[in-house]
Design a protein around this ligand. Structure first.
Ligand code: ADP
Ligand code: MG
Length: 340
């Protein structure tokens, strides 16, 4: 029997392969595999369902990720996927795989974080599953949400000339991780050292305790704007723009000078000798929202401080970045071979 390595397909290739083997059988299943959340017809509204798994050693390192933050993050990343459909998260289930390194007090800490997130995002914990794990801590959360049928935002609705917008700032979570990794190596070399993360607390915080932009969903509703397409930035801006473009059948042009990058991110980028643009494009884990709006709608949100227009959608299918020099670079998805 033939054996194909997973790396030959990559994460998205593998998901496409799984998807191609299934058809939906229920008329209530509006959208299955392929967007940030599945869409189920409830009659008067759509229900959204998204699931995300965090694994020790792949997505987090218990030597520097506080358990409380981990619990919070596991909820936030799911709420973010619901927000990416323009929906409001309502319920979660939590499945947890526990290694023998985890004590009852440690489980309490994880659930403290989950509880904080439930309060912040107004979601209810309604169930889950508990098991022993032989390969470290596993935290898998499923979130449900609701959206009015005429307000749903898919990945595939972007049109030529729509304005491409991003929330918050980019690249910070990536440098937060670089700093934590560097401090860990220094600590292993010299266990007496006390890590000094004060100056970089913004970046480290973005990595350890990202927030889902549920607030933006309320801002959009208040402004009376429904994005023509939307996705959350979990893998990096580059990968997500390519998703919106290919699924919508249009291209995109973005401008380096428009990318929202904080000063501390810029400073840290030069310290690590990594281009801040590369970090913004390919760093990942920012959990900001990337969306398109009709030009006429842009005026209604242009004063929302945390929304930045970074470019627009084009007829030509290319996805390109206009550099400060005026030169154009083509945007490639990176990191997709990393299964996560
Ligand atoms: P996100 O980064 O927004 O969480 P993913 O890239 O993880 O999205 O997933 C993309 C789509 O593929 C989603 O619809 C998700 O539910 C689906 N998917 C991912 N893994 C699997 C799997 N093993 N089986 C079925 N569907 C999957
Ligand atoms: Mg997503």
């Amino acid at each position: 029997m033939e054996r194909t390595e997973l790396n030959a397909l990559g994460e998205f290739g593998l998901i496409d392969r799984i998807k191609s083997k299934f058809t939906t059988q229920n008329p209530e299943t509006i959208t299955g595999i392929g967007d940030d959340a599945a869409v189920i017809d409830l009659g008067d509204k759509y229900m959204l369902i998204s699931t995300d798994m965090l694994l020790e050693g792949i997505h987090f390192d218990l030597s520097y990720a506080p358990l409380r933050h981990l619990g919070y993050k596991a909820v936030a990343v799911n709420v973010s996927d619901i927000a990416a459909m323009n929906g409001i998260a309502k319920q979660i289930t939590v499945s947890i795989g526990l290694s023998n390194r985890i004590s009852v007090e440690a489980v309490d800490e994880i659930y403290e974080g989950i509880r904080f997130a439930c309060e912040d995002y107004k979601v209810d914990l309604i169930g889950g599953d508990t098991s022993a794990s032989r390969s470290g801590l596993i935290l898998s959360i499923t979130a449900t949400g609701l959206v009015d049928k005429d307000k749903i935002a898919y990945r595939n609705g972007a049109k030529v000339n729509d304005i491409l917008c991003v929330t918050g700032d980019l690249g910070a979570a990536y440098f937060g991780l670089q700093i934590l990794e560097r401090e860990k190596q220094e600590y292993l070399a010299n266990p007496n050292m006390q890590p000094d993360l004060e100056e970089k607390s913004y970046l480290v915080g973005k990595q350890l305790k990202p927030e889902a932009r549920a607030d933006i969903i309320h801002e959009l509703a208040e402004a009376g704007v429904v994005p023509t397409s939307m996705i959350d930035i979990s893998d990096g801006l580059a990968s997500e723009i390519i998703h919106l473009s290919t699924q919508s059948g249009v291209g995109a042009l973005i401008f380096e000078e428009k990318l929202p990058i904080e000063d501390i991110t810029m400073l840290t980028a030069s310290e690590f000798n990594i281009s801040p643009i590369t970090a913004a494009l390919n760093g990942g884990e920012d959990y900001q929202l990337l969306f398109t709006v009709k030009q006429a709608d842009f005026d209604k949100i242009k004063n929302v401080s945390d929304i930045t227009p970074i470019g627009y959608m084009t007829e030509d299918k290319a996805v390109e970045l206009v550099l400060k020099s005026g030169a154009k670079a083509s945007i490639k998805a990176q990191g997709w071979n990393h299964l996560q």
